[in-house]
Write a protein that binds this ligand. Structure first.
Ligand code: BES
Ligand code: MN
Ligand code: ZN
Length: 492
């Protein structure tokens, strides 16, 4: 595994020759460096190398053929997968520098080449990352060793490399936070990590602690977190660029992440192994942390604030109960029917507080909110909700360009009415177990001022992957970092 991956300042190392599968078995139009090398043509003529997407073939010590798959359907998504597979192949042979030959063929204009270069570099960095902070004395894995440098013979592709590496660092930050176990990654740890990210990115950070949250009337956050020895908090990370362009002057995007460091379900306890993996219930917040890191590193010319609603949902003498009626930040009272519907309670206070104090021009929240979203949509896309067409279009455009796909679900007045309670204003979950993802969104809608454009992303089925994911493999995916960063870049 590589220690770090960076852009090289000159052409050096293993020459990578990417080719499409149509030319396998024939005679590709070789770039100059490969034309002189018989081994390249031999591998292709002999059918040893068929150029499937991500396939690699080393020729001597100087060249590596890289398959891009067919020309038909070639995309940045496929390029990201190619990058991941190439990265793992390079790691295996301990290559420390690569130079892409003929990279101008990656696109017809600079933007297309930049996008392809970005996807390739993202793939390399995401595909070779792993969580090794807790490798012990019996580990079979080698420690991180050499760095890897990337070069391409086209300047726009190199630009893309630089951009893609910064994005991937943010995604890998989110994955690292997701993977960190709950005995370490408790609410205090999240606050400390946020401070590190803020310091590195020259961002402001502040923490609303438990006592302050109670004073501010955040009864959702404080009820969910009160059962844990490590009390809940709100973390605010603010990116204010030195230079804000005129058109971004009044734009302020607020990102809110569900950061439940562990979700036992509380007294509505999770049963039958449903608890295992609930360290990933902080992945919405982890995506916001990763996005903020990247936004600062890219120095995007607009204001962005990340807010983390951080709590651990535990069982103890101090825990909240089903039947509790609590008052949230905007004065709405909530009857708790299910302590396992905790994410919406912590988010609600963060959303209401953000609407009141942040003058947001738009809010996007991201949360591992409901198992039901995976029942409805599988692990193919996140479910999302939005109260305003322009923002919805931005979410969908960024989903398309990053490959982090979304599907819009309905949120109607009838859904909001479905959340009404007999003894309080609303329920946190309707015992008629219908439309769970929509219930979550409907609940949250009570805490966002209707005039503020707002999108809610339910990523419960996307935050982790079975090994099916070709880029990140199994475990935390960092889903959402790329989408959120792209939204910010598109707006600014
Ligand atoms: N954190 C869970 C949602 C979740 C489930 C994420 C599975 C990832 C995998 C959330 O807090 C939860 O428990 N939701 C309940 C909602 C219900 C009690 C209304 C659920 O999905 O069952
Ligand atoms: Mn829960
Ligand atoms: Zn949860």
């Amino acid at each position: 595994m590589y220690k770090n991956i960076s852009l090289s300042s000159k052409a050096q190392g293993l020459i990578l020759v990417p080719i499409h599968s149509e030319t396998a078995g024939k005679s590709p139009r070789w770039p100059k460096s490969a034309r002189a090398h018989d081994g390249c043509q031999n591998a292709v003529s002999a059918g040893t190398f068929m150029a499937e997407a991500g396939a690699t073939f080393t020729v001597g010590t100087t060249h590596m053929l890289v398959g891009l798959g067919p020309v038909e359907g070639f995309s940045t998504d496929r390029m990201r997968t190619v990058g991941a597979k190439v990265g793992r192949a390079l790691d295996k042979i301990s290559s420390s520098a690569i130079a892409i030959d003929n990279s101008a063929s990656w696109g017809s204009d600079a933007d297309a080449k930049r996008a392809m270069g970005g996807a390739f570099a993202e793939g390399i960095s995401l595909g070779t990352w792993r969580f090794d902070a807790l490798d012990g004395t019996a580990t079979k894995r080698e420690a991180r060793k050499a760095p890897l440098t990337l070069w391409a013979d086209d300047a726009a592709v190199r630009d893309g490399f630089a951009h893609g590496l910064i994005i991937a660092d943010g995604v890998n930050t989110a994955r690292r936070i997701g993977a960190t176990p709950p005995n370490i990654a408790n609410p205090a740890w999240i606050a400390a990590e946020s401070k590190k990210i803020a310091r590195d990115g020259k961002m402001k950070v502040r923490v609303i602690d438990y006592a302050q949250a109670r004073k501010l009337g955040m009864g959702g956050l404080t009820s969910v977190g009160q059962g844990s020895a490590i009390k809940p908090c709100i973390v605010v990370i603010e990116w204010t660029p030195r230079k804000i362009s005129a058109r971004n002057k009044s734009d302020h995007l607020v990102l809110v992440g569900k950061t439940v460091t562990y979700d036992t379900g509380g007294y509505s306890l999770k049963v039958n192994n449903g608890m295992k993996g609930m360290k990933y219930d902080k992945c919405g917040g982890a995506a916001v942390m990763g996005a903020m890191q990247t936004i600062a590193a890219l120095k995007v010319p607009m204001r962005v604030t990340g807010i983390l609603a951080v709590a651990e949902n535990m069982v103890s003498n101090d825990s909240y109960r089903p039947d509790d009626i609590i008052k949230l930040h905007n004065g709405i009272t909530v009857e708790v029917t299910n302590t396992d519907a905790e994410g919406r309670l912590v988010l609600a206070d963060a959303l209401s507080w953000a609407c009141d104090t942040m003058k947001p021009s738009a809010i996007v929240d991201i949360a591992t909110l409901t198992g039901g979203v995976g029942v409805a949509l599988g692990h193919f896309c996140a479910g999302y909700f939005c109260n305003q067409p322009n923002l919805a279009k931005q979410v969908e455009d960024s989903a398309t360009s990053t490959g982090e796909l979304v599907w819009r679900l309905p949120l109607w007045p009838a859904h909001q009415e479905f959340m009404r309670s007999q003894h309080a204003d609303i329920l946190n979950s309707n015992p008629l177990r219908a439309a769970h993802p929509i219930q979550g969104a409907a609940f949250l809608s009570y805490f966002v001022k209707p005039e503020i454009p707002w999108a809610h992303l339910d990523i419960a089925a996307m935050a982790t992957a079975e090994s099916a994911n070709e880029v990140t493999g199994g475990g935390p995916t960092g889903w959402g970092v790329r989408l959120l960063v792209d939204m910010v870049e598109q707006r600014s």
